[in-house]
Design a protein around this ligand. Structure first.
Ligand SMILES: C[S@@+](CC[C@H](N)C(=O)[O-])C[C@H]1O[C@@H](n2cnc3c(N)ncnc32)[C@H](O)[C@@H]1O
Length: 244
């Protein structure tokens, strides 16, 4: 399911293309869903077992309960939602890729609803949630303005007393080493720059995230190092948890 040797115009096209070429087993297995969500190759590969462990730990940290109304922003094919423990009775996943949402709908469980919505348009859902989760998405924000708006919208759909987390954030302190590893993975800088022409991963500082959430009026904010077993990107990323 990897896209090789193609110059893609922007991240949205990439996410649409990735799922358009869906050639998994067709049964919606976790291996397929992880592939569709971009965790199937190179240093970013995550096995279904390690994914389960990561999601389970996250659920514990956010104190997920079965009666929480749950929203995932940038849900892709739904890999995170399928691994939630306990299983929330009401789950909504939004993503700007029509193809990801199409596949997510194909394999959805009864309590899941998937909608094609850009994070920036999250207010069109016209509802609030107890828990909002964003995993491995903000590296695709095209600008600082977009990222600030994105965070504001995520916080706005949280109920008072609700819990939120934004996970898998590229750490700007580790950008040089991360970039060096990516070049190696892609067969050198030249090849990497060809494949990723016009595409940038956004990096953030922990202070920037803390400051942003403070401006949004959140009192309880906690930043942690990311840990996903045997996943090479994990050491370059961090997670933020907050309460409203
Ligand atoms: C690396 S995948 C992660 C998918 C899912 N969160 C998971 O953990 O399995 C990134 C997803 O974010 C989505 N995405 C990126 N920017 C978005 C935005 N502004 N609004 C909605 N979805 C977005 C992409 O379409 C893609 O499905």
């Amino acid at each position: 399911m990897e896209i090789v040797g193609r110059v893609l115009d922007n991240w949205k096209d990439i996410w649409c293309s990735k799922s358009a070429g869906y050639v998994g087993t067709g049964d919606g297995s976790m291996t397929d869903l992880l592939g569709l969500d971009g965790f199937d190759s190179g240093i970013g590969h995550i096995s279904p077992e390690n994914w389960s462990e990561y999601v389970r730990q996250t659920c514990e940290t956010i104190r997920l309960a079965a009666d929480d109304e749950f929203l995932e922003v940038g849900c892709g094919s739904g890999a995170f939602m399928h691994a939630l423990v306990p299983t929330p009775e009401k789950q909504v996943g939004i993503d700007y890729s029509a193809n990801q949402i199409k596949i997510a709908k194909e394999f959805k469980l009864e309590q899941m609803m998937f909608l094609e919505v850009d994070a920036i348009d999250i207010h069109t859902l016209e509802r609030k949630f107890d828990v909002v989760l964003v995993n491995s998405v903000i590296q695709y924000c095209p600008s600082t303005e977009y990222f600030l708006e994105f965070f504001g919208k995520v916080v706005a759909v949280l109920r008072d007393g609700g819990r939120g987390c934004v996970l898998d954030i590229n750490d700007i302190e580790k950008k040089d080493e991360f970039t060096r590893r990516r070049y190696i993975e892609h067969g050198g800088k030249k090849k990497y720059l060809e494949n990723y022409k016009g595409l940038k991963h956004a990096f953030y500082s922990r202070d920037q995230i803390l400051e942003t959430l403070k401006h949004l009026g959140l009192g309880s904010v906690r930043i942690e190092d990311q840990f996903i077993r045997n996943c090479g990107t994990s050491e370059f990323r961090f997670n933020v948890f907050f309460e409203k």
